[in-house]
Design a protein around this ligand. Structure first.
Ligand code: NDP
Length: 247
């Protein structure tokens, strides 16, 4: 297991699903883990659960679409823990519709959360990471950002945009010891995929060479690796964690 002792990590969208499991795994690997979402009680429970297992975590609320909010969050973390070593931009939403029916609002809300939210986070941590001459930025994209998907123009554009943001970040910050990478999950078992019928699930599994829907842990393990010192020579990359679906 990767050792993240003495590191401080921020995980957005940690109140449930993939982000919650990423936060649990990063904390288990030894990092002081800041769990972030908009819902105060839920995120506090996630953090309490982590602390209950003997790891170190705090919960902070933040709307990642608001850049000032994110700056304040990072200031609070640095005041509290003295550094910021790992940022996982995981929070994301969908508002699916065919292009001809997609409202301007649904386009903007998804882009503001999935893409601008990650930009806000990256901008907020950059100064601190540059001073430290080290840092890890990990953006959670999607295979849909690589392949596109009917009914998800806003989501696919935001997830493809994250890949471009990651490469620009990687090129700008590499000389300061900061890496930026993307993970593109395939179909992962979460509340969202649990709502699919067995028939649809079986059809999906047929497209996955490894023959199963992914678990949030599959994503968390890749995040912990990219966050570790051992991944220091990897930057600007997108790693698909999808059971071989897209290759
Ligand atoms: P969930 O819907 O389960 O969780 C989304 C998280 O994001 C919640 O914690 C939510 O908390 C938080 N969030 C949403 N908007 C904001 C905001 N404006 N500010 C702060 N936090 C916010 O998502 P998943 O776990 O399924 O997905 C996690 C990531 O993985 C997303 O980026 C998603 O696109 C990506 N992904 C997921 C796949 C899957 O199969 N599930 C496949 C490919 C990619 P709250 O509402 O409390 O703020």
């Amino acid at each position: 297991m990767n050792n993240l002792e003495n590191k401080v990590a921020i995980v957005t969208g940690a109140s449930r699903g993939i982000g919650k499991v990423i936060a649990q795994n990063i904390a288990k690997a030894g990092a002081k883990t800041v769990c972030v979402s908009r819902s105060e009680n839920v995120i506090q429970n996630v953090s309490d659960e982590i602390n209950g297992k003997g790891y170190i975590s705090i919960a902070l609320t933040c709307d990642i679409t608001n850049s000032e909010n994110f700056q304040e969050l990072v200031k609070t973390v640095v005041d509290r823990f003295g550094s910021i070593d790992i940022l996982v931009n995981n929070a994301g939403i969908t508002k699916d519709n065919l292009i001809m029916r997609m409202s301007d609002e649904d386009w903007s809300t998804v882009l503001d959360t999935n893409l601008k939210g990650a930009f806000n986070g990256t901008k907020a941590v950059t100064r601190h990471m540059m001073k430290q001459h080290s840092g890890r930025i990990i953006n959670i994209s999607s295979v849909v950002g690589l392949t596109g998907n009917a009914g998800q123009a806003n989501y696919a554009a935001s997830k493809a945009g994250l890949i471009g943001l990651t490469k620009a970040t990687a090129k700008e910050l590499a000389s300061r010891g900061i890496t930026a990478n993307c993970i593109a999950p395939g179909y992962i078992e979460t509340d969202m995929t649990n709502q699919l019928s067995d028939k649809i699930k079986d059809a999906l599994i047929e497209q996955i060479p490894i023959g199963r829907i992914g678990q949030a842990e599959d994503i968390a393990h890749a995040v912990c690796f990219l966050a570790s010192d051992e991944a220091g020579y990897i930057t600007g990359q997108t790693i698909t964690v999808d059971g071989g679906m897209v290759m």
